[in-house]
Design a protein around this ligand. Structure first.
Ligand code: GTP
Ligand code: MG
Length: 229
């Protein structure tokens, strides 16, 4: 599949454009996913535009500097493929849908892939505002799930150490994990963890304990023999 085809989605008016930049990240390691609970339909199943039924739906934003691997993470999660070769920077904003089965509930994630390049900030900020910044301000973070991802964990030429990512996440009080869009490491787990958290927040029984996202990913990674002690 060509790169152009892979990153183009239904419903998007923007298309990717070639960039001369290399694939290595700069200072930033981060891909942060910040979903909003703005699209919830708990009363009856609905049908997505790909023909799949779902019970609840959420909007997820991938944000981070240009080149950290946001588009590659999304394509890996959606299509199970890695976009190798020359780096094609995203122009504006784009989205893909994926329906996950979480504890027998069909959870649709509408995942927005934003352009990391500075020159698109004015475009993407309009969507951020709509997706989650307003909610963060209005509901003081209670209604928004934020997760910090350190991508390119496969790389020997690291821009950021894992400990630094963990420290930053601790400062912000958000969960953290490392991923690799190239090898597929933890990609499914990252999106599944966010979907689980959102589903729990929406459908939790009063006496049910709060879902612990970081505990969940640590446990899953340990079970897979990966990364954290
Ligand atoms: N080694 C390695 N390379 C990766 C990984 N993820 C992405 N890349 C490479 O990093 C470069 C940038 O990836 P993109 O996904 O296009 O980056 P982006 O964050 O979407 O960049 P913008 O669209 O400009 O914001 C590409 O050359 C990818 O092949 C990864 O997990 N490991
Ligand atoms: Mg991109």
């Amino acid at each position: 599949m060509s790169r152009k085809k892979a990153v183009k989605s239904k419903g998007s008016s923007k298309s990717p454009k070639a960039s001369p930049s290399s694939g290595r990240t700069g200072k930033s390691l981060a891909v942060a996913a910040a979903p909003s609970s703005g699209l919830v339909y708990p009363s009856r199943p609905s049908i997505s535009n790909s023909g799949e039924f779902y019970d609840i739906a959420f909007k997820v934003m991938l944000v981070g500097d240009s080149g950290v691997g946001k588009t590659c993470l999304l394509v890996r999660f959606k299509d199970g493929a890695f976009l190798a070769g020359s780096f094609i920077s995203t122009v504006g904003i784009d989205f893909r849908n994926k329906v996950l089965s979480i504890d027998a509930v069909k959870v649709k994630l509408q995942i927005w892939d934003t352009a990391g390049q500075e020159r698109f900030r004015s475009v993407t900020h309009a969507y951020y505002r709509d997706a989650w910044l307003t909610e963060i301000h209005e509901y003081a973070q209670q209604d928004v799930v934020v997760m910090l991802l350190g991508n390119k964990a496969d790389s020997h030429d690291r821009a950021v150490k894992r400990e630094e990512g963990e420290k930053l996440a601790k400062e912000f009080g958000v969960p953290f994990m490392e991923t690799s869009a190239k090898s597929g490491l933890n990609v499914e787990l990252a999106f599944t963890a966010v979907a689980k958290e959102l589903k729990h927040r929406t459908m939790k029984e009063p006496d049910e304990p709060k879902f612990q996202l970081q505990e969940y990913v640590d446990k899953e990674m340990r079970a897979a023999g990966c990364c954290r002690s």
